[in-house]
Design a protein around this ligand. Sequence first.
Ligand code: HEC
Length: 407
Amino acid sequence: MEQQEAKALGLLAEYETPQALMAAAEKVRDGGYKRWDTHTPFPVHGIDDAMGIQPTILPWIVLGAGATGTLTALLLQWYTNGVDYPFLISGKPLFSWVPAFPVTFELTVLFAGITTLLGMLALNRLPRLHNPLFDVKRFARATQDRFFLALDATDPLFEDSSARALLEGSGATAVEDVPDVPTNENIPSWMWQVAIVLVFATFVPLGLIAASYNSTSTTPPFHIVGDMDWQESYRYGEEVPFFDNGQAMRGALPGTVAVGELEEDDAFYRGMDDMGNWLAVAPVEVSKSVLERGRERYNIYCLPCHGESGNGKGIVHERALALDTSGWLIPRDLTMDSIVTQPDGQIYDTITNGFNYDAETGTGNMAPYAAQIRPEDRWAIVLYVRALQRAANASIEDVPADKRSAL
Ligand code: HEC
């Protein structure tokens, strides 16, 4: 088969000095050619003018991109904060450019920056993996000591004979065809393989996100250093197989006392004297604040049953009667004689241990309040109960003499 003569892609002229190249460039420029370029081992000053290169339009493109970024950021923040999901914070305006500024700045720079890079590449038609000039042997000296001018055959003015004459008459030491050597335009298969692997690799993060999105597990998917986050811990009252009795809460060991819990003072902690008799008078100082405290605690813990005045008709009692609960034990009227005459220590003991209460079965007339009320508060309640009794059994003698006439 007859070998078809390959059509040249253009002409390459070689010069020995930058001056010669400059002069040639001016001629080609004045000849009206548009698709051509010069190649030199080092930057040649004035070559831009000699070639008639116009300033790049890249700055305008970047300006437009930056403005787009500004508008995008402002619109985004105005729409999300001011329109789509208005969220009033401290009466501030829903949209204002001042707080929107950081995002606006960032988007402006981001759009402009990316456009600068991509615009530069696009305007320069990069990336270009192969240039036909590489197939001209002498062109290798473009990086050493020769100056070249390449005229592209796609230029509208290009006509082989006239272009060749122009270059030959421009002081070139040689003018040569740029051959159209067929190149392998296929991307090497290993690149395909790597690309496919990379594409699939990009699905991994997406897959992980989707998996954790649909996950009902409460443990975090990634937790490289667990530290103390995963230690076994139990809540109050939880069951734990480790201990014989299955209770997570550990009681005091028999024969031991926790720091600060040595309750040696029988009078204060048990309301008894050395002989084991009830204290007649509470072992605490009586003051207005103690009585206030006593009233507060009484109203919290005792009032529901024993009533605000201590008469035994609290709201729980009223409710029990309304429900007609048979077997409901009426709370004691705390102002009755038999309790007025009780020693302080005995009332303290009733609060601490309950009344007729069986700790084994958890049943009895009144449950103990030792777990809820601290000893000093129990004494404060005792004092307040005394005040209630005093109020319930008051006589005219309790009123100061000068105020009696007012009654
Ligand atoms: C859940 C209801 C209830 C609560 C709350 C309650 N009690 Fe009682 N209380 C009773 C009942 C019931 C009795 C026994 C009545 C009986 O046995 O006749 C009683 C008896 C008493 C007695 C008489 C004991 C005796 O020796 O006769 C005193 C004193 C007393 N309570 C004080 C208090 C104090 C102080 C509080 C608050 C810390 C309190 N109670 C909280 C139901 C209650």
